[in-house]
Structures are given as C-alpha cells and as structure tokens.
Design a binder for this molecule. Sequence first.
Ligand code: HEM
Length: 502
Amino acid sequence: MMGLMDISQTTSVLVVFIITFLVVWLWRRREKPKYNMPRKQFWIPFSELLGSFADTDSLLKKIGGNQPITRFQNGFTGPENFLLTTYKGIHEAFIKNGHLLTGRPTKFFWTEWNTHHDTGVVHGIFNSWGDLWKQQRRFALMTLRDFGLGKTSISEMIQEEIGYLVDEFQKFEGKAVDPRNLLMPAISNVTNSLVFGERFQYDDPKFQQIMKNMMDQFKYFLLAQNAVVYPFLRYIPGDPFKLHYTFKHMGISRKFLQERIQKHMAEYDPDNIQCFTDAYIKALKAEKDKEGTYFTEFQLLTTVEELFFAGMDTTVATLRWALLLLILYPDLQKKVHDELDSVIGARRVSMEDRASLPYTEATLLEIQRLGCVIPMAGHSNTEDVEMMGYTIPANSNITANFLSVFYDESFWNNPNKFDPTRFLDESGKLGKIPDCLTPFSLGGRVCLGESLAKMELFLFFTNLLQQFSFKIPAGEEKPGLKARIGLLRYPLPFKVEVHRRH
Ligand code: HEM
C-alpha cells in the first residue's frame, strides 16, 4: 500500500514538474522576441555534473569557439545567461559598457548568504550593486590605501609573515608537505593584520580550527550552487546538494569574524584606529543618525567576510600553481633561482627589486596565465545593453570566461606551454604585458585587492624561492596539471619536497 502511495506521489511530483517546466518554457519563448539575442547554445542542467567531469577545464577553454558571445540556459526560469569567450567581447562588455554591467548575478549562493533577512538587500562589496556597492567599494579602497596598500608599511607586514612561513617550511627540510597547509595560515594572517590588526600563531588551536573550516566551506560549492539555481533541491532530506552543509560552515566562519568585530566595537578608541575594522566602526558611528545610510553592522560583517574569502583562496591557489609548475619544470625553477642569486644574493627581496628581476616577474605572469585561478567573473546589466550586434535584456547574467582568453591560440603561441620568455623581449627585459592577461578582471568591478595581491604574490614567491628549492617528493608520482573547477580553478592536491638552499 505504502509503495503504491510513494509511486503515485512521485508521479504527481513529476507531472507537476514537467507541466511547470513546459509552461515556463512556452512563456519565456513568447516573452522575449523583442530582443535580438544569440540563439541558445546549451543548457546547464546541473553545474556539479559539469564540474565533476574532469574535462570541464578543456570545455571552458574551448567553449564558443571564436564566437564572442554564447547564450545558454541555467535553471528553468530566471534571467538570460551569456558567456563571453573572447577578449574583444569581454572588453566591449566590461570596459565599453562597463557602467551598465556593474550588477551581480542574483542566483548565486554567496549573494543569497549576504542578503539581509529583513530588508532583502544584498550586502558586501563583491556581491552587492547600485549605490551601496559604489559607496562601500570607495570606502574600502580608500581605507586600504590609508593603511598602506601599495606602500612600505604593508610590504613590511608581509615580510614579517614571510619570516614565520619560512620557519614553517624549514621544519619540512628534506620532507614532503602539501604547501596549501602552510600557505593558507600565512596568507590568512596578512588579511588578519589588515582587517583586525593582529596575526595568529600557526599552532593556535582556534586558528587551526577556523582555517580548516574555511578550507572546507567551499568544498561543495558547485553542488550547493545547484540548490540555489533550483531551490526545490534544498528541501530534499539528507542535504544531498550540500547547501545546508555549505551555509553551516560559512556560519562558523561568520561567527568567528563576528566575535572579533564585537571585540573591536567594545574596545573602540577613536584616537587609535589600527585596522580596517576600526576605520569602519569610526564611519559607522559618524553615519549613525543618517537616514538610509549604507554603513551598518551587517555591511561591516559581510565586507570583512568578503575580504577574507576573496583575498585568501585566490592568492593561495596562485601560489600553489606556482609551486606545482616549478616542480614540474625544474630547469625553469633554476632560472628563477639563478636570477635571485645574482641580483639579490642573501638579503631579503623587497618590492623595489621588481624591476631588476624580469625573468622572475615573467614567470609569475606566466603562472597567473596558466593557473587562471578565477576562470570566470559574473556580472549583471542594470539596463538593456547593445553589444556585439545583439540586444541583451536588463538583469541578464553576463559572464566573462577568462580561461578561454588565457589559452586563446590567437593571442598565445602554444598556449599550453609553460614559457615565461613569452613576456620578455630579445634583450631579456620585461615587454609590455598583453592587455588580454586580466587575472584581476577589468573595468569598474576590477579586483579591489589587486595591488595587495600583486605585492603578496611577488614577495611570497620570491622570498620562498630564494630560501628553498622544491621538487617532486621522492617515490611520489609526478603530479599533473589537471585543474579542479570549484569556486576557483585549483590544482589537484600535490606535495613538494623542501630543500633549504643556503
Ligand atoms: C591572486 C589574488 C587575486 C586574484 C587573482 C583576484 C581576482 C579577482 C577577480 C577576477 C575579481 C572579479 C572582478 C569582476 O567581477 O570582474 C575580484 C574581485 C574582488 N577581489 Fe580579488 N583577487 C585576488 C586577491 C584579492 C585580495 C587580496 C583582496 C582583498 C583583500 C581581493 C578583494 C576583492 C574584492 C572585494 C572583489 C570584489 C570587487 C567588486 O565587486 O567591486 N582580491 N578579484
């Protein structure tokens, strides 16, 4: 009896589902004829399925061929989706029409996470848009600049952290280690110092626990994203799409950050502004009685959260690609070592040395090209946009596919080859960096932490390479260059064998 009930229930759900789908599909076909759009090319039924095919990477590299814009379906309803696959197309969208493309896609688990329960307004900087985004982005940029972004004070703080990281690598002399476990706390400490004015000891149990949580929280990002695009999936018992798992872990990180913000609030001293959080609290107090102010405690929390998430995994993933490529190409690692030895010698490498290290700089650029840690950036248009001969309706999702550009044969000779010399001229000097290499994106929503990230990448990379050589651990299989696409584009886990050079 029970079994029969189950079958009839399942059938009813299926019938309702199919009818809804057909009605929505027909309605959408009728709705849009006034728009001159490219024909729909494909449908992403479940992004996790796409993500779990080993070859998503190759697919993204090739998708669209030479077509600058591809239209696709993601979800049954909701906005139109477009993928931009050439540099010309991305430039036309993000630069020429950039002022109209400052929105963010709404069906995104992070947008949902940053939506205020009472007002329905999306907060933060990465996830927000409109006047809130403009004002809060400007404030964050100015404040980070005041704290020395691009100046000596931040580079000194990074140098101090590198000192601790070198000690950690030293502990693995002659042994194999997964570099992610050491890089995560180091890079997190740079953000900690900037945002909260303090760093943690690597062996602090609370810090270790929160690092582990942060590493885990985006593990099922693609799977969870399905339950945002198809909301009914989140109600299936057992959380098979891991949305509740993801939010639970994000909640643990949020609580940790919230506690630290509360501590800064309690100890606030207007004459002693030491970090981003203090500066924000100052602005919060100044704006307290203003009608409709965007300076709120929730905005502070979401911004701090984003500074951690946007700045940490990206930098760590790039440095992991760096170590992976250098253990796979020891001859190129030696060239970096040789340049560092002849130009720097035993003293610490500083930002002022950049211009004298063209080969090292070219290697870092090539790592960012091949690693392409943010393969796609999703924007949304606030009004209808005319571009590439089409009319794109307002509130569409317009995603730049940087991966296809970074591996585009018409720009890069033999794009799969790790070849830093492509950035050097005949005399070995760094040439003009091609416009199409945009690891930090382009236009009005370009990465807010670009200068900090460049500083971190240069200082961590050069100082680690100056002190250590890295190789494939004895007895271990040679790792490949296959990427895993999740929130970012990561290398598969690998270990390095560490050797002190001096
Ligand atoms: C190697 C490191 C990094 C890379 C490759 C990177 C790349 C990017 C990219 C591609 C975007 C998307 C831009 C767009 O939507 O068009 C972005 C946005 C952003 N990044 Fe970074 N990023 C890095 C490090 C950082 C750091 C260290 C911070 C902050 C401390 C940071 C903060 C942000 C923020 C807040 C946004 C959102 C900007 C907005 O929507 O207005 N990033 N980043």
